[in-house]
Ligand binder design. Structure first.
Ligand code: FEO
Length: 160
């Protein structure tokens, strides 16, 4: 593989791990608020981010390249409201999308067809990631205290 792509994919897989920690911190914010449905939903989100990182790792290993695991900044642990958590999440996913698109641009420039195929999965996944948070933001904006209780129960059913 081209060195530029190996470096960029390593950077992205570490950003996926950073994303996992962003959601792990949010999961525990909800745990502290006793919003167990949100807590569960963000735990599933956390695990999904780890899977996103693993998918890049497997790909780099399959292609005989070296994976480099790095550190990253501490995530935000305190929030003022449920809505703030969700808006922070949506903004985070928009940043992920921007980075995935930049990776796809690089794959196209390098005519790296296997990487384009892998990255297409992430392009599609990001549509879903942004849609999930947009939907939750819309729901939370519409509701009162009772509605939040009902939504919490609904989110508790998210499947892994
Ligand atoms: Fe791995 Fe939520 O993007």
């Amino acid at each position: 593989m081209n060195e530029k792509m190996v470096k960029a994919m390593n950077k992205q897989l570490n950003f996926e791990l950073e994303s996992a920690h962003v959601y792990l911190a949010m999961q525990n914010y909800f745990a502290a608020m006793s919003l167990t449905g949100f807590e569960h939903w963000f735990n599933v989100q956390y695990k999904e981010e780890v899977e996103h990182a693993e998918k890049f790792m497997e790909y780099l290993n399959d292609r005989g390249e070296r994976v480099e695991v790095t550190g990253f900044p501490s995530p935000k642990n305190e929030f003022s409201s449920v809505l703030e958590v969700l808006e922070t999440s949506l903004n985070h996913e928009k940043e992920v999308t921007r980075r995935i698109h930049a990776l796809m641009d690089l794959a196209i420039e390098l005519k790296d067809y296997p990487s384009m195929s892998l990255l297409q999965w992430y392009v599609d996944e990001q549509v879903e990631e942004e849609a999930n948070f947009s939907m939750l933001i819309d729901k939370v904006k519409m509701m009162d205290g009772k509605g939040l209780y009902m939504l919490d129960r609904e989110l508790g059913k998210r499947e892994e």
